[in-house]
Design a protein around this ligand. Structure first.
Ligand code: 5RP
Length: 260
């Protein structure tokens, strides 16, 4: 069945499998959002069913919560969990310091809160997500619907003096209507091409009235697991300064693929 996966899905599959194997019995686990994180949830569901792994999952979106329940993971709220042992999530971009752009799936607000509540944050990604400098992927910011055009104008003014290359801003749409996040907000995508100082921009954006959160994750990620379509996985640990290589068998497993 894995033979039917595209090379990019194989890469996501193996990165997610490696991360799922880091999860231990009894852990409270932050569950990310997106196609790579969905593989993680399926792998964890597999371990719950086959090994009797007992974990409590805190999903970062309604769709991740739905999938987690489907595959048999016990779902709790972040308030019930308090702190988390580990969060595993995807990313739209990561750089050499493991700073990230997230929010391509529109879940950046919950993802950032869950990451901040975690002892360890692990990003799972295919190699195409690695960049020298963040910014090629449009930076999502979550804004409240009230006065969002005013918020956009304020952000445009902010960008004039920011260390970025592009300044175009678009309102994210879904089926002809503004996209609505799980918190009922909208997303503005900032087409910046290159972000010279991610930390500074992240702080400045969050000071704008109307901006709830931005998709720059600075100093939040501890490890990145990069998957390749041939089964190779590379784990980089920013705290230890280590890089390790491994290989995952792309084994056929009908349970994992039943909901695709
Ligand atoms: C959702 C996210 C995702 O992690 C990010 O968009 C990556 O998604 P995918 O794994 O589908 O490439 O930040 O808000």
């Amino acid at each position: 069945m894995t033979g039917e996966l595209s090379p990019i899905d194989k890469a996501k599959f193996v990165a997610a499998k490696q991360a799922a194997d880091m999860v231990e019995d009894g852990m409270r686990v932050g569950l990310g959002t997106g196609s790579t994180a969905a593989w993680l949830v399926r792998h964890l569901g597999d371990r719950v069913r086959d090994e009797g792994l007992r974990i409590k999952g805190v999903p970062t979106s309604l769709r991740t919560a739905q999938l987690a329940r489907q595959v048999g993971i016990e779902v709790i709220t972040l308030d019930q969990a308090g702190t988390l042992n580990i969060t595993i999530d995807g990313a739209d971009e990561f750089d050499g310091n493991l700073n990230l752009i997230k929010g391509g799936g529109g879940a950046l607000l919950h993802e950032k809160i869950v990451a901040a509540a975690s002892e360890e944050v692990v990003v799972i990604a295919d190699a195409a997500k690695e960049v020298g400098t963040l910014g090629a992927f449009p930076l999502p910011i979550e804004v409240i619907p009230f006065g969002w055009t005013t918020t956009q104008m304020l952000v445009e003014e902010l960008l004039v003096s920011a260390d970025v290359m592009g300044r175009r801003i678009t309102l994210r749409m879904n089926n002809g209507k503004p996209f609505v996040t799980d918190e009922g907000n909208h997303i503005l995508d900032l087409h910046l091409s290159r972000i010279g100082n991610a930390r500074q921009l992240a702080m400045a954006l969050n000071q704008m009235p109307g901006v709830v959160e931005n998709g720059l994750f600075v100093d939040l990620c501890d490890k990145v697991i990069i998957g390749y379509s041939d089964g190779r996985v590379e784990t980089r640990d920013i705290n230890e300064g280590t890089v390790s290589q491994d290989r995952i068998d792309l084994v056929e497993n009908d349970n994992l693929f039943s909901d695709i």
